[in-house]
Design a protein around this ligand. Structure first.
Ligand SMILES: [Zn+2]
Length: 426
């Protein structure tokens, strides 16, 4: 048994001892000798953050092709480069993303990307946790659909290959890139295997209009018809949902992940109807989307912008208060993916962060949650713990050579764009 004692961290306003045994929180307010003790006087304990929608390896595209419309950005910049990505590129890009995330208090991610093995190895090697979805795209092509389904079955057979911290989810990209037949097939398989279906849904008005033209209904109703609307569904964006669709998703126990920074940067033309979604009882989680459209993976910044955008949209400063923003980044993803309560409680996985508010920008501390959401950023995170293992302490990353991770990713990006240039693609 391994144990860790955190002494005197401020938890819910009181200096408390947090005892961790075998990756779980064993006791609160009780000090016992442990293998390692962290003196945390003056530091604030929060559950670690969970990034519920990202494409981690897109760190390789950070700052590449900014300030373009969504389709032009995808068609002229991202897709030509993604076409040349190797598993090693994805491994190094994902490690860079995970390093950034863990330095900002994030310990879990829901990723959707190419080269699943590269992503999964990176999550395992960085000591983090994640639900990894391979992108499934068949573009309505029967041959492609067969090939993608066969690969999905292969991946399912080896879903435990990367250890207990790396889980599998299905990743049909969107209703406009995956055929109805394949969506239906994924829905049946996900229900049978009790796995999450992670999909982009109702991101743009164009998607809704095209869906009406092609299928005579809206994207969410189409998913409902195909049998995918249930507790296993996690839909990214959901900007263009109507009231009935929000209720349909809520009643089914599905989750929507809002990604406000990416939506703002790509100017997708709408703002997620948070207040209405909450009134419908919908579980709403938070994500950064990829670094290509954010351009960082700072979940603390994402919480703040989520709150600000919703206050602005509703014209009501009481909308999306700081505590709800924190819950979107902790409890909501936990609920969606069956990760426990997402809180610091006895019996829960020991996924937590210690935050240092001693900098001028985060003083004084009237309300720690308010300071975390509105005044802090990733650099205020002092210590990050995942499954009871210290990934970072006093801003020093443990068990991983930080410089090597950064160097390998920048080398991978350089190599990739040399190949892109050689192909004359961008
Ligand atoms: Zn996305």
């Amino acid at each position: 048994m391994t144990s860790l004692l955190i002494r005197d961290a401020v938890l819910d306003g009181t200096a408390t001892a947090i005892l961790i045994e075998d990756g779980r929180i064993a006791a609160l307010g009780e000090e016992r000798p442990a293998d390692r003790t962290i003196e945390a006087a003056g530091l604030y304990a929060f559950p670690s953050l969970r990034n519920a929608h990202t494409h981690a390896a897109m760190t390789l595209f950070r700052g590449y092709g900014d300030d373009l419309p969504l389709m032009e950005w995808l068609q002229t910049k991202i897709w030509p480069a993604e076409f040349l990505l190797t598993e090693e590129d994805v491994y190094h890009g994902t490690r860079l993303a995970l390093l950034e995330m863990l330095k900002g208090g994030t310990t879990w991610l829901a990723d959707m990307y190419w080269h699943r093995d590269g992503v999964a190895r990176a999550v395992r090697d960085m000591g983090m946790k994640g639900h990894i979805a391979s992108v499934f795209i068949d573009l309505g092509d029967r041959e492609k659909a067969r090939e993608q389904q066969a690969r999905t079955i292969e991946r399912l057979a080896e879903r435990d290959r990367y250890g207990p911290r790396v889980k599998m989810a299905f990743g049909p990209h969107a209703i406009y890139t995956v055929s109805n037949e394949s969506l239906e097939w994924i829905g049946r398989l996900a229900a049978k295997e009790n796995l999450i279906v992670h999909i982009h849904l109702a991101e743009t008005e164009h998607e809704v209009e095209e869906c009406r033209k092609q299928h005579g209904t809206t994207p969410t109703r189409l998913l409902q018809r195909l049998g995918l609307v249930g507790p296993n569904l996690v839909a990214a964006h959901g900007i263009w949902l109507d009231e009935e669709e929000r209720r349909m998703l809520a009643d089914a126990g599905a989750t929507v992940v809002t990604n406000p920074v990416s939506n703002l940067k790509l100017a997708v033309g709408g703002i997620f109807a948070y207040r209405e979604a909450r009134q419908a009882g919908l579980n709403v989680a938070l994500g950064t989307d990829g670094a290509g459209s954010n351009n960082n993976l700072d979940m603390i910044e994402e919480m703040k912008i989520a709150a600000l955008v919703q206050k602005h949209r509703s014209g009501d400063p009481t909308c999306l208060p700081a505590r709800e923003a924190l819950a979107m980044a902790t409890e909501a993803p936990a609920r969606a993916y069956g990760l426990g309560t997402g809180k610091i409680e006895v019996g829960e996985p020991a996924d937590l962060m210690l935050v240092d508010f001693s900098e001028p920008a985060t003083q004084p501390v009237h309300d720690p949650v308010s300071n975390l959401v509105y005044a802090a950023n990733a650099s205020n995170v002092h210590t990050t713990i995942c499954d009871g293992v210290v990934l970072m302490h006093d801003r020093i990353v443990e068990g991983v050579d930080e410089q090597e991770v950064v160097r390998a990713a920048t080398d991978a990006a350089r190599g990739l764009f040399e190949r892109v240039a050689a192909e004359g693609k961008a």
